[in-house]
Design a protein. Structure first.
Ligand SMILES: [Fe+2]
Length: 308
């Protein structure tokens, strides 16, 4: 089980003390595991792994199938329930998917796909079903994969393997099972776009991306989320997220601020570039897109978080 399986939604995880591994900043000896993927859980259900092992073995015995494919099919997380590809503005689309935090705990997550000129650019990757991939491939060929955050990385290795894109990431990103790619900054997959950083974050590396299309379009991961609805959440997922403050429209969630150890003026400084941007449209790693007048809404969310 690669490190990429351990990184989605760290705030809905429990700490497990280990003798080695990759400790979280400021928490020596602790490593966070999603509820459904703890080592104990994996050890306790070997029967569940039998079909996967059998498939992997059968594929390896077929000389016409590359070994890489057999490894990929055995190890990458499967596609989870998701919706159709939604157009946002010129060449920008999103897909609202889901993520299983643990037994009966499902939340929504959102992938953004942009036509970058020489092919599609994927942000906040979400693996799609076969039908979803066929829909995606009608838009073009995936040529670039942008890692905006260390937190939404569970499906990035699948995209890297499936489409062999150029990978772009922040220099401080934890790449996990993803090969180190190009540093995203002045250079990037979309001409005229900007990377918005938040300084030296204490929780995990994260940035946002501004596109010069549709009157300006902002893509974030977790720093600002659209919690207007809870599409694809399970009942328990809804309760948990409501309790943790993932509610109330477009917000900079309390849990994000807590994990990043930011509040008040320090939070305002970290998000100042984001708050000053002009953009009509906004899509986050969670929730639906905001189309039209989005910068005022995001600026309001940041101001509320700073004042909290
Ligand atoms: Fe997230």
């Amino acid at each position: 089980m690669g490190a990429s399986h351990l990184c989605q939604e760290r705030w809905l995880s429990w700490p497990v003390r280990l003798g080695s591994g990759n400790p979280e900043p400021g928490t020596p000896g602790l490593r966070h595991f999603p509820l459904s993927r703890s080592p104990a859980a994996r050890r306790s259900c070997p029967a569940a792994l039998a079909p996967v092992a059998a498939l992997a073995l059968s594929l390896r015995l077929d000389p016409d199938i590359p070994a890489r494919l057999s490894i990929a099919m055995a190890n990458f997380p499967k596609a989870l329930a998701h919706g159709s590809i939604i157009p946002i503005t010129d060449g920008v689309h999103c897909v609202r998917g889901s993520f299983n935090m643990g037994p009966a705990v499902t939340i929504g997550r959102t992938m953004t796909v942009v036509d970058g000129g020489d092919g599609l650019v994927v942000f906040n990757a979400v693996r799609l079903s076969e039908e979803g991939e066929a829909e995606l491939e009608k838009l073009g060929t995936v040529k670039h994969l942008v890692k905006l955050s260390d937190s939404h990385c569970v499906d990035e290795p699948y995209y890297a393997d499936r489409y062999q894109p150029t990978v772009w990431s922040m220099p401080t990103a934890k790449m996990g099972d993803l090969s180190v790619g190009n540093p995203i900054g002045a250079e990037g997959p979309i001409q005229g776009a900007k990377v918005i950083g938040f300084g030296d974050l204490k929780g995990w590396a994260e940035s946002a991306y501004w596109l010069p299309v549709g009157g300006g379009t902002l893509i974030t991961c977790d720093v600002v989320q659209n919690c207007t609805d809870q599409e694809r959440f399970s009942f328990i997922g809804r309760i948990m997220c409501n309790m943790m403050g993932f509610k109330g429209g477009v917000v900079t969630p309390p849990m994000w601020r807590k994990v990043q150890k930011l509040k008040g003026a320090e939070l305002g400084d970290s998000l100042s570039t984001l708050a000053e941007l002009k953009f009509e449209n906004f899509v986050s790693g969670h929730g639906g897109p905001v189309i039209g007048g989005a910068d005022k809404i995001v600026k309001g969310a940041i101001a509320s978080a700073v004042a909290a």
